[in-house]
Ligand binder design. Structure first.
Ligand SMILES: NC(=O)c1ccc[n+]([C@@H]2O[C@H](COP(=O)([O-])OP(=O)(O)OC[C@H]3O[C@@H](n4cnc5c(N)ncnc54)[C@H](OP(=O)(O)O)[C@@H]3O)[C@@H](O)[C@H]2O)c1
Length: 253
């Protein structure tokens, strides 16, 4: 791997970890998020030169603005890590519908438009890596009435489609599906009580998730479920029959 890596949501969690694990393996980073000071601190800790772009990716014109800035800098993206994300509002109780719209922009439309704008350039050069950070939550329906799982299901489907479309052009596209991972995600979502009350063995470190994601993309896999626990659970979660059986066994509907 070499060239320029664009990482969205690089100011914390999995995004920062992607930068740490790709440090020295690429020639240049483009680190994107809203909190510039966090990006500056990350860049200062890396040996690979970085360009920092403060950008709110939940705005409809964000992908266009971002790609124009990258082009103006004379940079070409060889590695795209679509990672920025939030938990988002409850679909049935949200009252600020603009919150729902910006969630959908950040989680789906921005991801798709960055793929749409940057993958054709990779195809024409005959090389490229794309990792779209999805979630185990996108593998099965839940009764949460949130839009998080459905949004991640879209990211998985998009990645599988794109993987098939471009794998013969030397471009690899992978949906990385983490389970519960230690990052800022749950604090930002106001879910720290739920995190504290959950068993420690369901939680993985960001380093494991990112290492498995990079290895899967290297192999050209379209989807990787990260973590041995979640890989074991995946067939149960995917099959309604097995899911119901598992829930009955653990005493839950
Ligand atoms: N942690 C988990 O348990 C878990 C499980 C499955 C999947 N995931 C997925 O993993 C990805 C990374 O999340 P994380 O766990 O690393 O959480 P995190 O530590 O909270 O990081 C989220 C990143 O997304 C950025 N971001 C959020 N809203 C943004 C916006 N409007 N514009 C630009 N950047 C934005 C944040 O940067 P700024 O705030 O500086 O903008 C931050 O860098 C997400 O897609 C998430 O859905 C996480």
């Amino acid at each position: 791997m070499n060239g320029t890596a664009l990482i969205t949501g690089a100011s914390s969690g999995l995004g920062s970890e992607f930068a740490r694990q790709l440090d020295g393996r690429v020639d240049h980073f483009i680190l994107v998020a809203r909190r510039g000071e966090k990006l500056q601190a990350l860049a200062a800790s890396l040996s690979t030169p970085s360009t920092i772009i403060e950008q709110d990716l939940s705005l409809a014109d964000a992908p266009e603005t971002l790609c124009e800035r990258i082009e103006a800098l004379g940079l070409i993206v060889d590695v795209l890590i679509n990672n920025a994300g939030i938990a988002g509002p409850d679909l049935l109780s949200v009252t600020e519908f603009s919150e729902q719209r910006t969630f959908e922009q950040l989680m789906m439309k921005t991801v798709a438009e960055l793929c749409s704008r940057l993958i054709p350039q990779m195809q024409s050069r005959g090389m490229g890596w794309v990792i779209n950070v999805a979630s185990v939550a996108g593998r099965f329906p839940s009764s949460d009435s949130g839009n998080y799982g459905p949004a991640k299901a879209y990211v998985i489907a998009l990645s599988e489609e794109l993987n098939l479309a471009v794998k013969n052009n030397g471009v690899k596209v992978t949906a990385l599906c983490p389970g519960f991972t230690h990052t800022e995600f749950h604090a930002v979502a106001g879910l720290m009580d739920a995190k504290t009350n959950s068993p420690s063995w369901i939680w993985y470190d960001a380093s494991t998730v990112v290492r498995e994601g990079l290895a899967a993309c290297d192999k050209g896999r379209s989807v990787i479920i990260s973590g041995r626990l979640y890989r074991w659970l995946d067939p149960f979660l995917r099959s309604r029959l097995l899911r119901d059986t598992l829930l009955r066994l653990v005493g839950r509907r």
